[in-house]
Design a protein around this ligand. Sequence first.
Ligand code: ADP
Ligand code: MG
Length: 264
Amino acid sequence: MANQKGGVGKTTSAVNIGAALAMGGLRTLVIDLDPQGNASTAFGVQRDEVQGMYEVIIKDLPIKEAALKVPGYPALEIIPATQSLANAEVELVPLVARELRLKRALTNYLNEAAARGERFDYVIIDCPPSLGLLTINALVAADELLIPIQCEYYSLEGLTLLLHTVTLIVEHLNQNLKLTTIVLTMYDGRTRLANDVAEEIRKHYPNELIDIPIPRAVRVSEAPSYGQTVMTYDPGSNGAEAYGQVAREIARRGAPTITSAEVG
Ligand code: ADP
Ligand code: MG
């Protein structure tokens, strides 16, 4: 989940789509790569008591020592972010293979799981609101990019820069990366602006857009303060319904086509 704009619904989408996939029985790992740690909080993690993505990315801590089971979700794990992750952006700069550190850690973890006969269906990475080295680590580790877009003024402005970054990463660091999914967040269908922005996105990204807008809903924004996602906090609410439908559509679409390089 990436969009260098803050407050567009990256974290909310990461935790609720992750929760919905896991509730559907799909084995899911959520990686909190934002120093603000909102995804960790939403899953009830006490952030001051854990090791997390800072130690994984900077100190080479194996993911298995940082990953936590999320109580109440048999199929869900989270790698939390603590405040120290804020230092990673600077500490990464002089490190060898600084863009590849998440990919290496994650590949090890997934391979070890596979060797035990366990397999993750989804790994969701919640990116910070910037195009710095943490987000680049995420884009190098990922096969798919999901962009949450809030239908407001200027919401499309940063998109060009994000997609330019993706092009560079595909050329130099990760040829499997593909923008596959766009989700409209905090949607208010009563406003003309929201409809105009949605129409614009529909025109340019007909295949990527999931045409199930997430409504702006108080229950969605309340859930994290109870250490919950809206999927458990108020499963019948319209926000939970919408995230459930989006997760189903993501699962229905499945994985992007594997490139010939990967097959070879
Ligand atoms: P980001 O991770 O992109 O910075 P967040 O997911 O943290 O964005 O969302 C920003 C703010 O908007 C948060 O306070 C969140 O609770 C709120 N929010 C997100 N989605 C919704 C929604 N569908 N309805 C109401 N509030 C929302
Ligand atoms: Mg966030």
